[in-house]
Design a protein around this ligand. Structure first.
Ligand code: SF4
Length: 304
């Protein structure tokens, strides 16, 4: 089967089964050709909840499909490859979070959505890379715990006066590996380029940025900017989408290693197989889902 035939089959099955496909910004760009919605994980989960669909095929990683299932318990949520995990989410489980909390028994826990359902369930409130600052501020606390991403927590700390953000030592290997030297090297080649950094990067890297924001915020800022050249300091998928959407501007990926391998596991053939065989259905324990939903709903209620 060639690509056009696969796309045709996927679209036919989507209609027959009343299914939609959600594609994260870090996916192989070919997935966008069959996606009903493309974007960051929380945006996609919200679309999943709002959609009048029976089946959600989540082209992303495991925690995203779990979040979609928590927000859409009556829908069938499929993740086409169960090996598509997230190295950051895997850095902390519920038992480890309980141990961490024991050292700070009275402090509220902010949990980045890049975490498992059981970790969300053990937390007071979730956040995304877009709303982390507003979520931390909303707690009106002098000290907060932040899991699992130490870099996003440190970025929140750097931007908010009067709050101590105590971070768990987790990180995303893709963003953690980016260095200030990488920025300097690219700036030598593209001195006029604006440096657009994701807050999962180390503090020293975010400090070099012209703009710090989530993938959605970076894409929006680039589209609104009058600048012509941008050094994109996040995962490669963002560059591919910007090159597609803004052909008149130049984009430079910070380095060729800025690729999330598990995000790239999916291809059009996997979406087709998932729809044909209902593979692989994601289930979340009802009690854990109910507690995780409270953390997610609390975040949504602050409208950040
Ligand atoms: S880029 Fe990092 S945080 Fe995002 S899915 Fe991959 S490992 Fe997880």
């Amino acid at each position: 089967m060639d690509k056009a035939q696969i796309i045709q089959k996927i679209n036919k099955l989507k209609k027959e089964k009343n299914a939609i496909v959600l594609a994260h910004t870090y996916q192989n760009i070919e997935i966008d050709e069959v996606a009903d919605f493309s974007g960051d994980s929380l945006y996609l989960s919200r679309q999943a909840a709002a959609a009048n669909a029976d089946i959600i095929v989540f082209a992303g990683v495991y925690f995203m499909a779990e979040t979609a299932k928590i927000l859409s318990p009556d829908k069938t949520v499929l993740l086409p490859n169960l090996s598509a995990g997230c190295a950051m989410a895997d850095k902390i489980n519920a038992a480890q979070l309980r141990e961490f909390k024991k050292n700070y028994p009275s402090l509220p826990v902010v949990c980045y959505v890049n975490s498992t359902a059981e970790v969300k369930a053990e937390s007071d409130i979730c956040c995304t890379s877009a709303n982390a600052l507003n979520v931390v501020k909303s707690l009106n606390a002098k000290e907060v715990l932040f899991v699992p991403d130490k870099h996003l927590g440190a970025y929140a700390q750097s931007q908010i006066e009067g709050v101590k953000v105590i971070t768990y030592p987790g990180f995303c290997p893709v963003h953690h590996a980016i260095t200030v030297d990488d920025i300097k090297d690219k700036k030598l080649l593209y001195p006029d380029a604006k440096v657009m950094v994701h807050p999962e990067c180390p503090d020293a890297v975010t400090q070099t940025a012209d703009f710090v924001g989530s993938t959605t915020a970076i894409i929006k800022a680039v589209k609104q900017s009058k600048a012509q050249e941008f050094i994109i300091v996040t995962e490669k998928g963002v560059v591919q989408r910007l090159e597609r959407d803004c052909p008149d501007k130049k984009f430079v990926l910070i380095n060729e290693k800025a690729v999330c391998e598990t995000m790239k596991l999916l291809h059009l053939e996997d979406i087709l197989r998932s729809l044909e065989n209902n593979e692989y259905e994601i289930k979340v324990d009802e009690k854990i889902a109910a507690r995780a939903l409270k953390s997610i709903d609390r975040m949504i209620s602050i409208n950040a």
